[in-house]
Design a binder for this molecule. Structure first.
Ligand code: SF4
Length: 362
């Protein structure tokens, strides 16, 4: 095994593409060999993305937590009649976007529940308001689920919705709602969400329209190692065709306040070993992705720092307002000062650099 691992990592170093079986094998490693994998991934990171640790100054605007879906891993959404429902109207959105602009962010993200009254026009209005109040700020919004929902509510094709969204100011789309791109798992954790085929189709449509997207995975609940690899294989195949993914963002499952954990359908999130290997194996397997992001919101800053020497090159956003992970039970998710990012980057011998959403330098 040890010898086989060495050959496999040497092959990757020499430009050989990892097979799905190779990736499964790497994900299964449980002993000190994880450091060898992390080290190989760190070398690959240096070769593909250089030595800078990047971040974006951004702000989330969570429009509403009211949602027609009921995903089992979600601790954020509310149903009509629940306590703590909020909905930000035009005036509040304009206020938040204006404040974001004043704070000097270069990116605004919207994340929301699927409001029962939303349709394609609601999303486009929202994007226009934000662009009007924060001119020049990149709008990173929507996801394949929201696009499919808007299309259904407005009796349009998803491609036409994307065209309207782009006209309304959408700069790039979130590659969320991916969770695990295996329908048997989606049935268990998010049965009302878009299917794997729909997710892939909408992402391809976005890329074909010049709308770049991120790519994500949510892991550590009830998926197997093989499921994770199937998911990564789909992302690698799309990227081969479109080159439309800006980065890969692994999202470790935050379990505390979620229905699937309470119902014992999911475990208590990924372990530290799994978090580290997710970054490292992704760096080695996704050979057509330049950027691997580590989410300090999901992993905490200490684990995020270790990920920077295990294949990751990006720390994501500063945030200001974060409700999704907080709803699921995470703490300290609102804002990370770039000074703290700089401290952890320099502590592993790297330089922190600010970037735009699509990885240009600011
Ligand atoms: S994950 Fe999104 S779509 Fe699913 S219940 Fe939560 S807010 Fe709604």
């Amino acid at each position: 095994m040890e010898n086989h691992l060495r050959i496999l990592l040497d092959n990757v170093k020499n430009g050989h593409r990892l097979s799905d079986d190779d990736a499964v094998e790497l994900f299964r490693v449980q002993n000190r060999d994880i450091w060898k994998i992390a080290s190989a991934a760190d070398e690959k990171r240096e070769e593909q993305a250089g030595n800078a640790v990047t971040y974006v100054r951004n702000q989330n605007i969570n429009v509403t937590n009211l949602c027609v879906n009921a995903c089992g891993f979600c601790g954020f959404s509310k149903k009509p009649g629940d306590e703590g429902i909020y909905f930000h109207d035009k005036q509040e959105i304009l206020k938040k976007a204006t404040l974001a602009k004043k704070r000097g962010v270069t990116e605004i993200c919207t994340v929301s529940g699927l409001h029962p009254d939303f349709n394609a026009r609601s999303y486009c209005d929202l994007y226009r308001w934000i662009c009007e109040a924060a001119p020049g700020v990149h709008l990173h919004a929507g996801n394949p689920m929201e696009v499919a929902y808007a299309a259904r509510k407005s009796h349009m094709s998803t491609k036409d919705v994307l065209i309207l969204m782009k006209e309304a100011g959408l700069g790039s789309m979130c590659g969320t709602a991916a969770e695990i791109l295996v329908d048997a798992i989606r049935e268990k954790i998010c049965p009302q969400k878009v299917s794997t085929v729909e997710w892939v189709r909408i992402i391809r449509e976005a890329h074909s329209l010049g709308i770049p997207t991120t790519a994500t995975i949510m892991y550590g609940h009830c998926e197997s190692v093989e499921d994770r690899v199937k998911h990564l294989a789909i992302l690698r195949e799309i990227q081969d065709e479109t080159r439309g993914f800006t980065e890969f963002v692994p999202l470790s499952f935050i379990h505390m306040n979620t229905p699937i954990f309470r119902q014992k359908l999911a475990r208590a999130g990924a372990t530290g070993r799994e978090d580290l290997l997710m970054v490292s194996v992704a760096r080695l397997y996704l050979d057509n992705f330049r950027n691997i992001q580590v989410s300090w919101v999901k992993e905490g800053i200490k684990m995020a720092q270790l990920s920077l020497v295990a294949g990751a090159n990006d720390l994501g956003g500063t945030m200001f307002e974060e409700s999704i992970s907080k709803g699921a039970g995470a703490i300290n998710t609102d804002y990370l000062d770039p000074a703290e990012m700089q401290r952890v980057a320099e502590d592993v011998g790297r330089t922190l650099k600010r970037r735009t959403t699509v990885y240009g330098l600011v």
